[in-house]
Design a protein around this ligand. Structure first.
Ligand code: MTE
Length: 314
C-alpha cells in the first residue's frame, strides 16, 4: 500500500486542530511554562522559552496514520547512555539534569559560543509535526513531535562557506548516566548530517511530544529528528553543534562501520548485514509492513541523493 504523504507546505484547514482542543492545549502549555519557571526559583528561563509554544502551529506531515501510544513512545526507547534495554531509559533517564542547559556552537561559523536553551528557543515558533521514526532494528512508531526546523537555528549561527557538515554531540554525564560505565559506544554519542540535509525543512529539533515537554528518555531538552533516516541519526540531549568541513565521525559508524554508514537513509533494498530491512513492525501492530524508501519521505528528500549510489553510501 502506498501512503500518500502531503508535502509540508500543503497545509489544509482540516490539518489545523479544532479550536477548542487547540485552546485547551494552549492552557496546558501555559501552565507547564509557568510551572517550570516556578520550579527554578521564579526566573523566567523555561517559562519564557515555552511561552513561544503559544504560537505553535500544528500541521500533520504524515497524514492518515494514527500516532503510536504515549506509553510506547515514552516506555520503549533507545538511549544507550542509560542502558541497552528498551526499558532502561524510562527507568533511569529521570536522573539526567536538563536545567539549566546550554549548547556549545563550534567550528566554521560566524557566531560560535555557548547558547542557553532559552537563547536557542526564543525566536522559534514551535510546530507540531507528526513523523515516523524508523529504528534500524526494524520497528517503527509515529510520533507527534513538537519542534522547529533545524535549518532555522543553524542559519542564526551564520555558517561559513566551508561548513559542509554538522556534527552533534550528546551530554556525557558519568554521574547521572549509568550506561557510560559500559564501553558499548565511544562516548559521548555523536552524529552528523551533510549541510543540505540539515537545512531540509523535514529535519527538526524537537523539544516536546504529544504537546508536552520531551520526557528525558526521549532526549530532553533538545533532540534531533530526521524522519527519512534510521532512528540512530536522531541524536538526543544535544550539548554541542559543530560546523565542519569534512564528514564527521558518528558513533554507530565508528563502532560498526560495516553495519552503519554515515548516510543511514531508510532503504528497504539495502539490508543490515545481520537482518533484512525490507519490512518493519509498527509498534502496536501485529502484522509487519513493508518499509518505504526514505521512510516514505522520498518525494521530499530523494533529490538530496540524486546520482549517489545508495548501496555504497548507506
Ligand atoms: N541518542 C543518544 N544520545 N543515545 C542513543 O542511544 N539512540 C538512537 C536515537 N538517539 C540514541 C540516541 C536510536 S538507536 C533510536 S532508534 C532513537 O534515538 C530512539 O528515539 P526514541 O527513544 O525517542 O524513540
Amino acid at each position: 500500500m502506498l501512503i500518500r504523504i502531503r508535502k509540508s507546505h500543503e497545509l489544509r484547514d482540516a490539518d489545523v486542530t479544532p479550536e477548542t482542543l487547540y485552546k485547551s492545549r494552549r492552557e496546558v502549555l501555559k501552565t507547564m511554562g509557568l510551572a517550570t519557571a516556578g520550579a527554578i526559583g521564579g526566573s523566567v528561563i523555561a517559562g519564557e522559552a515555552f511561552a513561544a509554544r503559544l504560537s505553535y502551529k500544528e500541521r500533520a506531515i504524515t497524514a492518515d496514520e494514527p500516532s503510536t501510544s504515549h506509553d510506547a513512545i515514552t516506555g520503549y526507547n533507545n538511549f544507550y547512555e542509560f542502558g541497552t534495554d528498551k526499558s532502561d531509559p524510562a527507568r533511569y533517564a529521570g536522573a539526567m539534569k536538563t536545567s539549566p542547559w546550554s549548547v556549545r556552537v563550534e567550528g566554521e561559523c560566524a557566531r560560535p559560543g555557548a547558547y542557553t536553551l532559552e537563547d536557542i528557543l526564543k525566536p522559534h515558533a514551535l510546530e507540531e509535526r507528526i513523523y515516523r521514526l524508523r529504528c534500524v532494528e526494524a520497528w517503527s512508531m509515529v510520533i507527534p513531535w513538537v519542534g522547529f526546523p533545524l535549518g532555522d537555528l543553524l542559519k542564526r549561527f551564520e555558517p561559513a562557506n566551508n561548513a559542509k557538515y554538522i556534527q552533534f554531540e550528546t551530554l556525557a554525564d558519568r554521574e547521572r548516566m549509568r550506561g557510560l560505565s559500559f564501553p558499548v559506544l565511544d562516548w559521548p554519542y555523536v552524529e552528523g548530517l551533510r549541510m543540505d540535509e540539515a537545512m531540509h525543512p523535514l529535519a527538526i529539533l524537537a523539544v516536546g511530544l504529544y504537546g508536552e515537554d520531551l520526557p528525558n528518555q526521549n532526549g530532553a531538552p533538545l533532540r534531533l529528528v530526521v524522519p527519512w533516516k534510521y532512528g540512530y541519526k536522531s541524536i538526543k540531549s544535544i550539548v554541542a553543534i559543530r560546523f565542519v568541513e569534512k564528514e564527521p565521525a558518528t558513533s554507530w559508524n565508528v563502532s560498526a562501520p560495516r553495519e552503519y554508514g554515515f548516510y543511514s537513509n531508510v532503504n528497504p533494498e539495502v539490508d543490515h548485514p545481520r537482518w533484512s530491512q525490507a519490512t518493519e513492525r509498527r509498534i502496536g501492530e501485529f502484522r509487519r509492513r513493508p518499509t518505504l524508501m526514505f521512510n516514505g519521505y522520498g518525494d521530499e528528500v530523494s533529490h538530496l541523493y540524486a546520482n549517489m549510489d545508495l548501496r555504497k553510501f548507506y
